[in-house]
Design a protein around this ligand. Structure first.
Ligand code: GDP
Ligand code: CA
Length: 329
């Protein structure tokens, strides 16, 4: 079975670990979000790709959900002693090595997809990890600063430095319009037996991947059923501040509203962010929204959606695959 997953960082990576346990023989391709990428200290940092790679490769800091296990911060301390920041972005010594290798290879002319493959040679994540694009895409968030002036900041500045403490007025994947899907992305979607949206951020993770011209269309036109899992449980994100960026795109923080934001596949093709889903899983606590989601043309089930451990996550993945089999066209 060929499974394609569109993934952000923590939510995507943890789901993938359960999916691998649920479908050990499946051929899994992950299309990773690169809109969070940032240049720091002259290095190219790809937080979501690395979270997937470290999580599946056994190198992740489990408590944090990002960064390396057993990390130290000597380099960062030395940089700070020179007055060189930003201090708000946590880059550990082990993690630095990944970014040095990546930056060196990019400098030598390799595209990001080839660099990611080379990094995965070490980590053996057990999936094929593709960046959504080899072209530079950077998510910016429009905010109002202290003086009431509107300005755009890099997504990482909004998320990590400001902790989404001010309203996001708009979320813009800068460069997406000119970007091309990375080699293998469209082919994987066309050849997929199942396409899954893990409980990743619908706006800045999956939304950014879908903003690369050709990818949304390839998902909508794929022969495979598309099934998603809600990152919103009980009207709030399970982790993080997804509600802030959902507000920016005018979507309520409910499992049903996110499903409708992706749109029901029956309504393909619909402009402006709709028309993708055949199936949607909501958490048990949101069971009362199932009828609402189904009224939008999306087959819906309420099941436990907390990724507390690999077994619980594998059960979610099995339910998603079963729902996909049920809605297969
Ligand atoms: P990021 O790039 O690290 O922010 O990670 P993703 O975009 O892949 O996933 C972030 C989303 O994962 C958040 O909106 C969370 O609500 C969601 N999430 C995290 N843990 C869980 C969980 O156990 N269950 C569900 N349903 N969603 C989760
Ligand atoms: Ca991310």
């Amino acid at each position: 079975m060929r499974i394609v997953v569109l993934a952000g960082g923590i939510g995507g990576a943890r789901f993938l670990r359960g999916l691998k346990a649920a479908a050990p023989d499946a051929d899994i391709t992950v299309i990773g979000n690169t809109g969070d990428d940032i240049h720091l200290f002259g290095l190219k940092v790809c937080p979501d790709l690395d979270t997937v790679m470290y999580t599946l490769g056994g190198g992740i800091n489990e408590d944090q959900g990002w960064g390396r296990t057993g990390e130290t911060f000597r380099v960062k301390e030395e940089l700070a002693a020179y007055g060189v920041g930003p201090e708000w972005f946590g880059l550990g010594d082990r993690d630095f090595a990944t970014h040095i290798v990546r930056t060196q290879m990019l400098g030598a002319g390799y595209p990001l997809s080839a660099v990611t493959e080379a990094l995965c040679d070490r980590w053996q994540p057990g999936v094929r990890l593709l960046p959504m694009s080899d072209d530079r895409v950077e998510t910016h968030v429009a905010i109002e600063d202290e003086t009431g002036e509107r300005k755009a900041v890099h997504f990482q500045e909004y998320w990590v430095r400001l902790r989404a403490s001010v309203p996001a007025l708009a979320v813009v994947p800068v460069g997406a319009e000119q970007a091309k899907p990375a080699p293998g992305v469209l082919e994987a979607l066309a050849a997929a037996d199942v396409i899954l949206f893990p409980p990743s951020n619908p706006v800045v993770s999956i939304g950014t991947i879908l903003a690369v011209p050709g990818i949304r269309e390839a998902v909508a036109e794929a022969a495979a059923p598309v099934v998603g899992l809600s990152p919103i449980v009980g009207n709030a994100p399970v982790r993080g501040m997804a509600d802030k960026v959902l507000e920016a795109v005018g979507v309520e923080s409910t499992a049903a509203a996110v499903a409708k934001y992706y749109g029901g596949a029956e309504r393909r093709p619909v402009e402006g962010g709709a028309g993708l889903l055949d199936g949607w899983l909501v958490d048990e606590v949101d069971a009362d929204t199932v009828a609402d989601v189904e009224a939008a043309g999306i087959r819906c089930r309420a099941v436990p959606l907390m990724m507390t451990d690999v077994d619980a996550t594998a059960a979610m993945a099995r339910t998603a695959l079963a729902l996909a089999a049920e809605v297969r066209k």
